[in-house]
Design a protein around this ligand. Structure first.
Ligand code: ZN
Length: 64
């Protein structure tokens, strides 16, 4: 039985000036979608392919 590795993004590891401590975890697709919306709405990042690429670069495997 294949279990997809859950991914996580810890906002503390992502460069921002808002001291955000949010952690988003789920499948890679879910995390990227939620993190993208979060980065735009909470951090004011412009929504762009570069934003998604930078979010992908800080994605980590969730440790259980
Ligand atoms: Zn944040």
């Amino acid at each position: 039985m294949a279990t997809a590795t859950r991914k996580m993004i810890d906002c503390r590891l992502y460069p921002s000036d808002s001291n955000c401590s949010l952690t988003i975890a789920g499948t890679e697709e879910e995390v990227l979608k939620a993190a993208r919306e979060h980065a735009v709405s909470a951090h004011g990042h412009p929504d762009s392919p570069e934003l998604v690429a930078s979010l992908r670069s800080v994605l980590k495997d969730e440790k259980s």
